[in-house]
Design a protein around this ligand. Sequence first.
Ligand SMILES: [Zn+2]
Length: 489
Amino acid sequence: MASLVGEEPLSLTQELDLIAFGQRLRHLRKQRGLTLSDLGERVNRAPSQLSLLENGKREPKLSLLKSLAAALGVPIEELLRRQAPNRRAQLEMALEEAQRDPLYAGLGLARLKVSARVPNDVLEHILGLYGELRSRQAKGTATPEEARAANAELRRKQREQGNYFAEIERAAAEALAAVGYRSGALSQSTVQALVSHFGYTVQTVQDLPRTVRSISDLRNRRIYVKHEQVGMHTPRTILLQTLGHLSLGHHKPRDFADFLRQRTEANYFAAAILVPETAAVPYLREAKKDRALSVEDLRDVFAVSYEMAAHRFTNLATHFLDLSCHFVRNNAGGIIYKAYENDGIVFPADEQGAIEGQRMCLQWSGRQVFLSPDRFSVYYQYSDSPTGTYFCVAHVDPSRERDFAITLGVPYRESRWFRGRETTSRTKSDCPNGDCCRRPPAELTQRWEGYAWPSARGNSHILAALPPGSFPGVDEADVYTFLERHAVH
Ligand SMILES: [Zn+2]
């Protein structure tokens, strides 16, 4: 709810909220048999001013919100709820929203002003036509180019803010305070209390569609999740992400970039709940003072996955610990699925600056960890790169997805705060120089060029972004080395 009265940068979201608010205000007023003048008198405002509010044309100040709530005898939250108060209001809101859509406006029709005389079935009919118009215009899913551009843009925003989002931290802190959270890892009962705090109940089902993690029924205030075995995606993370969407006031995404932003924000919210700022920051500061910073410890103290601990570390490191850092999630073949940096490390990227689907240097710790004798223990190394030396900690989480490595890295000078700094592992990367690891050694190329015909594995992953190369996703150096190893000389 805070996002409604706070400064939210998304003007469209606010417009829609105003419409919902206006509808709700009108509904409550009429329910109580009050005219605009009656209510105006009670809150000391001209009827015309209230009319502007009811039509979604003006934003109410907090003080007016309070007096309106008092005059109507409802809690302020009741006025701010996003759901339409009844079917009629829902139809009117939907039509209002539809008429603001450039697609609708582009038809050049005179604006339809919905009076009380227009019956519901006419509204239903118009909305049906609009829905059909939209679905015929829809482009389908995002192209790989759009997906990559959206990812690059999102990463730029994250970097600008040191990957710290104060608004979401505040929303999470408020929710935690409301359910009486004090310190340490989040208990299952606290998660339950949070669900109730948002006015929802959880239903565990077996037949959830395969393509979703959860479904929320906004009318009946239920969250449907799948019953899952222990060790898989944790249901509590999925629940908290869902609460994140609700608490942050997300609407149906406009496009892929919007979808991505919402998903990232919901993930952030879940992380901010599971590893609360108020508990994690003092803990990390203490660890830094002891020169014993460690993602593993953060994971253990808050009982979260290694990936979540590493990611959460990047949220808090720059803002509170004065550390720049980088984060990478890559598969055993070195393909990057997720990455973030504000420490100057240069990830491989395409022309649009997108990193997803690129193959990272063989010398980086996220690849070296797969070559280490015990790939499931935490791996430390210093990595020399063209932009400087980094201290990197990589880990393949055996309890989760064994084919993925999570790396957290910091510039060399910051290694002194971290556990594992005494490692003697050190590699040198010349990437993106092709002679580092991208191109096969010259003598192998000489022998095998033109004689290799690999059959590529499908790359249905990473937002349809295909890794580069003549056989997308295939590492030529690997192929040649393999051939050389198995060749009969
Ligand atoms: Zn390299």
